[in-house]
Design a protein around this ligand. Structure first.
Ligand SMILES: [Fe+2]
Length: 253
């Protein structure tokens, strides 16, 4: 294909690294899973919302603990070298972290119910958790995360003071001049996932505080996730954003 955009090659490269790091059986399972669920761009998950029981207590803790963080490495999302965009509390850091870290290990001691609620999600082991509250507009981007083709960028809105939804996404195929249709997330969406291969996400900043729990490095039990997705799709069908495009509109593999 001679007219590949750099993004198309970048997505293909990142995706193939992840895909071919799986063993043969896992690749077959993944391919089958992607064929089934790749068309879903965004899904509200049918779980008890992963939010603290006592929001006032949580807000007090977050406000006294969070620190504005800067991006310290470049990645697919861009934005390196700019002003801080998020106030953050991290439960972990890694040596290759793209962002400054503000590690605090109190979260699950103070709010143990979050741990129980996280167990509803079909993960092996335990995900890496960060809490981010944007302090500026977040321009559209993909995360330097998973490029498997199904909704697996997991988020939970802990609270949101905005009078209307500020988080939106749009399908972003590597097709020149293809219209991008912005879709705001449902206003009351609490715990959800989007497809980081197919969509870009972004949010407006209108001076109100909102706080998102972000799950990184999740290792999925695909059988359990298929179950949860089927249930969620049956229940929250109205809020689904789905794609009519083949995966070849996003990646060569
Ligand atoms: Fe992001």
């Amino acid at each position: 294909m001679s007219s590949m955009t750099p993004l198309f090659s970048e997505l293909t490269l990142k995706r193939s690294r992840q895909f071919y790091s799986l063993n043969e059986q896992a690749r077959r399972n993944m391919a089958e899973f992607e064929r089934e669920y790749g068309k879903y761009l965004f899904v509200e998950l049918d779980v008890e919302p992963i939010v603290p029981d006592d929001i006032a207590k949580f807000r007090e803790w977050f406000d006294s603990t969070a620190v504005a963080v800067k991006k310290i490495k470049n990645d697919i999302a861009g934005g390196y070298g700019g002003e801080p965009i998020f106030a953050s509390v991290d439960t972990y850091t890694t040596k290759n972290s793209i962002w400054e870290s503000n590690v605090n290990t109190q979260l699950f001691h103070l709010f143990p119910e979050l741990l129980q609620k996280l167990n509803q999600l079909p993960f092996y082991g335990f995900p890496l958790v960060r809490i981010w509250s944007s302090i500026r507009q977040v321009f559209p981007h993909r995360d330097e995360g998973s490029f498997f083709d199904f909704p697996n960028s997991f988020r939970s809105m802990l609270f949101d003071d905005n009078p209307s939804q500020t988080l939106f996404l749009f399908e972003d195929p590597a097709i020149p001049n293809c219209p991008r249709e912005i879709r705001f997330l449902p206003s009351n969406a609490k715990t959800f996932a989007w497809n980081n291969l197919r969509v870009q996400h972004a949010s407006f900043y209108r001076g109100f505080q909102k706080c998102l729990l972000i799950l990184d490095n999740v290792e999925l039990d695909l059988n359990r996730y298929a179950n949860l997705l089927d249930r969620s799709i049956a229940k929250n069908g109205d809020s689904l954003f789905s794609s009519a495009k083949p995966i070849s509109a996003f990646s060569k593999i």
